[in-house]
Design a protein around this ligand. Structure first.
Ligand code: FPP
Length: 236
């Protein structure tokens, strides 16, 4: 690959198109999600190989609870099974897992699995894999705003002291750098409540590829697209 000096530090991906991929194959939607896990593994490997330091994946949005119960259950089960099965390999690859989003609406089993994967991978120093799970940006901002307001109320923070860095420090992504590149697969061109604050200066890339087809080659293509972008951060 050319332009390797322009590898993004942080790539965030909206994994879209599992259902359409499955439909096109005459399969059940859940089979699309199962195939999507193969893409998750391929992208983790590719990110490690190319030196990307943070990879954020939008795995389940706060709105996804509104899907048919059967699909929600299948996604929870797939998520639990995958993280448990893959933990040894993630540790071997030097991957640290961080979960962002709400925790209060999961079953006890899911909550425990999430804690376990974060705890058992905390020594990973090659790639931080951030899984957005029961996550939406507005929900994250509401929770952060409440936390800041409570500090002001307790007299620990003055309203005048609130700036960008104070807000950032109260988000789920507090110690994670903002994404350099946001990818949404399947040709949809919107952010759907994903990292709205953090996306301020991110480059956007919307390939047509459905998520189950987004493997190493597609990941490398995203890196190539990013390397050609010129980022100005509002300057000339
Ligand atoms: C969007 O496709 C995808 C999801 C809502 C789920 C994504 C989850 C996975 C790929 C499993 C993740 C697992 C781990 C371990 C991170 P869609 O169903 O909205 O597709 P459609 O728009 O074509 O219907």
């Amino acid at each position: 690959m050319e332009n390797v000096e322009k590898i993004p530090t942080h790539i965030a991906i909206i994994m879209d198109g599992n259902g359409r991929w499955a439909k096109a194959q005459g399969k059940d939607r859940c089979e699309g999600h199962i195939e999507g896990v193969v893409s998750v593994k391929a992208c983790i490997k590719a990110a490690c190989k190319r030196g990307v330091r943070y990879l954020t994946l939008y795995a389940f949005s706060t709105e996804n609870w509104g899907r048919p119960q059967e699909e929600v259950n299948a996604l929870m089960e797939l998520f639990c099974k995958s993280v448990t099965k893959e933990t040894p390999e993630l540790i071997e690859q030097g991957v640290r897992v961080r979960i962002i989003g709400r925790r209060d609406r999961f079953s006890e089993e899911v909550r425990e699995r999430l804690l376990h994967i974060e705890e058992s991978t905390k020594g990973g120093d090659k790639l931080t894999l951030v899984l957005a799970f029961d996550y939406s940006s507005r929900d994250e901002m509401v929770r952060a705003t409440k936390a800041v307001a409570e500090k002001v109320q307790r007299g620990e923070l003055s309203a005048e002291a609130i700036d960008d860095s104070v807000i950032s420090a109260h988000l789920d992504t507090a110690d994670i750098p903002d994404p350099d590149l946001i990818v949404r697969t399947s040709g949809e061109c919107r952010l759907s409540n994903f990292l709205l604050w953090q996306a301020s200066y991110a480059e956007m890339y919307f390939p047509q590829t459905m998520w189950p087809d987004f493997r190493e080659e597609a990941f490398d293509k995203a890196l190539e697209v990013y390397a050609q972008r010129e980022r100005r951060y509002g300057l000339l």
